[in-house]
Design a protein. Structure first.
Length: 160
């Protein structure tokens, strides 16, 4: 089993539009911890950027400074909530031999949830990163985590 970490829409423009900035900022710590572990174990880390937030080259389009990224990370630009829809994400993950996906990022109610569903529809095992998703409403984030399989850092250490 090969596992990839998706970091969805952790962009400056997304942080600006959410009312739950603390949720956004808190998820960064978990995402960074797990992404560093993925890189150490040579598992793919995918940075997904939404072009609806801002076009490439704009401040809104850039990943927030606190997210640790690497030149080895795969970068995918999307224009729909589902990161698999009309992108090269599925092809890139298949090339890497990925069959299990951990989804993290923003927003739990939209892009994270739709990307989770898109991964499932393509036959992948999929989990949400516990404490690694942000959204517009705290209660909705909790509800989504209760209704979908989540995985935490300690479990990932065991499996990777």
């Amino acid at each position: 089993m090969k596992v990839a970490l998706l970091i969805v829409d952790m962009q400056k423009g997304c942080r600006e539009i959410t009312q739950c900035k603390s949720s956004f900022d808190n998820s960064v710590e978990y995402i960074n911890e797990v992404s560093q572990y993925f890189r150490k174990k040579n598992n793919p880390v995918v940075i997904i950027k939404d072009i609806e937030v801002g076009s490439p080259g704009t401040i809104e389009f850039e990943i927030v400074e606190d997210i640790v990224i690497s030149d080895k990370d795969i970068v995918v630009h999307k224009q729909h909530c589902n990161s698999f829809w009309e992108t090269e994400l599925d092809e890139k993950l298949k090339t890497e031999g990925v069959d299990c996906i951990i989804v993290s990022g923003f927003s739990a109610e939209h892009c994270v949830l739709f990307t989770y569903n898109g991964a499932r529809e393509r036959g992948n095992k999929v989990f949400l990163l516990q404490n690694g998703i942000a959204g517009f409403e705290e209660e909705e984030i909790k509800r989504i985590e209760l209704l979908r399989p989540v995985i935490n850092y300690e479990a990932l250490e065991y499996f990777l």
